[in-house]
Design a binder for this molecule. Structure first.
Ligand SMILES: Nc1ncnc2c1ncn2[C@@H]1O[C@H](COP(=O)(O)OP(=O)(O)OP(=O)(O)O)[C@@H](O)[C@H]1O
Ligand SMILES: [Mg+2]
Length: 507
């Protein structure tokens, strides 16, 4: 039996066709991957199945029964629960409230029944093994990975027959991904059908039995996992063959001795950063490898003037830099691609063009008159360099797909004249065809004399692109690994605090 059957499902937004005659089936009890490049229509399909978006035409059957999913509650009654890509939790409520929403237990149908609610939350925490998050914390206080975990737990806790996960691992930490793997295994045993949207092939191999691929809103094929090689999968996803390699290793060029772009001495931020010495030279990509919450967020934010420093010094091109705010950092030539693009990266009311030129908008104005033509032309070129469709020029972030939001933030900094680029997980949610181009752009930026501090939750991309990797453990750098001298296991061990790894050299 099929859990989900889609027949010619179509959805347009104005002139954008997000889904075009999508027709495919998801077998009951399987874990089915939904693949496609950024903007292919994956989240649109997820929203249709969740009852949030109505298709223009087409039919949907769940377990062989035709359904009309007129709203979220209709979808829930039909047995579907979804963990969304852009986590919609309510930031000012507690974790416990978010887990139970919108079905909090009530006395006489009116007052919240606190005792029952607490018991239910305890049950969920035990069943789903989320003992690392305090149910009394406000969601606002959680980091992105924890929020994602609560969002996933909220969906699983309703015991759906069909669970939809839209890029659940994009924001999860390493341990979070393992946690999700265990939950998927449990659900499989119980016969739950899972639809998993992802850009990561290793997850498809690990978790999924089948896959369906969308391109430009069209279904281009469904396959058993392992039935075709990955490069063929990529070809279906992108409509062309895809280069998944890393740019060639950095050449050893001798540069005239220049002051480091950024240097820190004894940097302390709260209890998160406990004395960090860092040197970022022109021409370098320096990796920061760390497990969740080892101080990387504080390091990047403080270098960008977005976090107060308790002790220590920052020098920018040899001069003491004291940043009261990100505006100071931008003036000093430092840019940040932040972890949470929704909160820090994008202005939600503005178009793609306006978002991209926000830091340098004065450059396009002479005597108070904006040169809109030149602005649009330059943004257009920047978009092309990250494979972003020109229609994003005039859209607002609410209309972008998840991965395209990330591409806008990158395009924005490529246009500025910044010299030091701080990139925090820049390929999160970015499709397989564009990752390689982002690595190439980063390398070119460095070759032209810029410097990049690069944090990623995906170790292979640090190993493949960085001139050297610094391992951050509990707020201190514990090792420095030059290009080509270590593999995932050795770096992974250092990230866990191993003290006698090979190649260990304290920075
Ligand atoms: N509310 C909206 N208004 C206008 N256009 C939209 C809206 N939502 C989505 N789109 C457009 O529909 C297309 C498909 O978007 P969708 O979010 O489904 O992509 P996706 O496959 O989930 O991509 P990603 O991997 O980046 O998350 C994109 O071109 C997007 O810009
Ligand atoms: Mg999406």
């Amino acid at each position: 039996m099929n859990a989900i059957s889609l027949d010619r499902v179509t959805k347009s937004y104005g002139s954008t066709v997000a889904l075009a005659d999508a027709t495919f089936h998801v077998a009951s009890g399987g874990v089915h991957a939904l693949l496609g490049e950024n903007g292919a229509g994956k989240s649109t399909l997820v929203k249709i199945l969740s009852g949030i978006v109505q298709p223009d035409s087409g039919t949907i059957r769940l377990f062989d029964v035709e359904v009309r999913l007129a709203g979220r509650s209709a979808s829930a009654s039909a047995g579907i629960e979804t963990a969304f890509q852009e986590v919609p939790l309510v930031p000012d409520l507690t974790v416990a409230d978010n887990l139970l929403m919108p079905n909090q237990p009530r006395k006489f149908g009116l007052f919240l029944d606190g005792r029952v609610a607490r018991a239910q939350v305890e049950q969920i925490r035990n069943d789903l093994r989320i003992d690392d998050i305090d149910p009394r914390s406000l969601v606002r206080e959680l980091d992105l990975s924890q929020r994602q975990k609560v969002e996933i737990a909220r969906a699983i806790a309703r015991r759906p027959r069909i669970l939809i996960l839209d890029e659940p691992t994009a924001a999860l930490s390493r341990s979070g991904v393992e946690w999700l793997g265990d939950r998927i295994a449990d659900l499989k045993k119980q016969g739950t059908t899972i639809l998993l949207v992802t850009h990561r092939m290793p997850e498809v191999h690990e978790f999924c039995s089948d896959m369906s691929i969308l391109r430009n809103g069209r279904h281009v094929g469904s396959f058993g996992v392992g039935a075709i090689p990955d490069d063929e999968v990529f070809r279906h996803i992108m409509g062309r063959s895809v280069d998944v390699s890393f740019p060639p290793p950095p050449e050893k060029v001798s540069r005239p001795a220049a002051a480091p772009l950024i240097e820190t001495r004894g940097l302390v931020v709260g209890r998160q950063l406990r004395g960090v010495d860092l040197v970022l030279n022109p021409g370098e990509i320096v990796g920061v490898a760390a497990l969740q919450g080892m101080g990387q967020l504080e390091l990047f934010n403080s270098l960008f003037g977005a976090e107060r420093i308790d002790k220590g010094d920052i020098f920018v091109s040899g001069k003491a830099g004291h940043f009261g705010s990100p505006a100071d950092a931008i003036r000093a030539g430092i840019a940040l691609v932040p972890e949470d693009r929704k909160i820090q990266g994008l202005a939600l009311q503005r178009t793609g063009i306006e978002n991209t030129t926000l830091p340098i908008v004065e450059d396009y104005s002479r005597l108070g008159i904006m040169d809109r033509r030149r602005e649009a032309a330059e943004v257009d070129a920047a978009f092309a360099s990250v494979n972003l469709h020109p229609r994003a020029l005039y859209q607002t972030p609410a209309e972008f797909s998840g991965g395209n939001q990330q591409k806008i933030v990158l395009a924005k900094w490529l246009l500025t004249q910044c010299r030091a680029l701080l990139v925090f997980d820049p390929t999160r949610g970015v499709d397989v065809g564009t990752k390689h181009e982002i690595y190439t752009l980063l390398r070119r930026f460095a070759d032209e004399g810029g410097g990049i501090l690069f944090h990623s939750t995906e170790l292979p991309e640090l190993i493949g692109t960085c001139d050297r990797i610094l391992v951050l453990y509990r707020g201190r750098f514990v090792a420095e690994i030059p290009y080509g001298t270590a593999n995932e296991e050795t770096i992974g061990a250092l990230m866990l605090g191993a003290t006698n790894g090979p190649d260990r050299k304290v920075a």
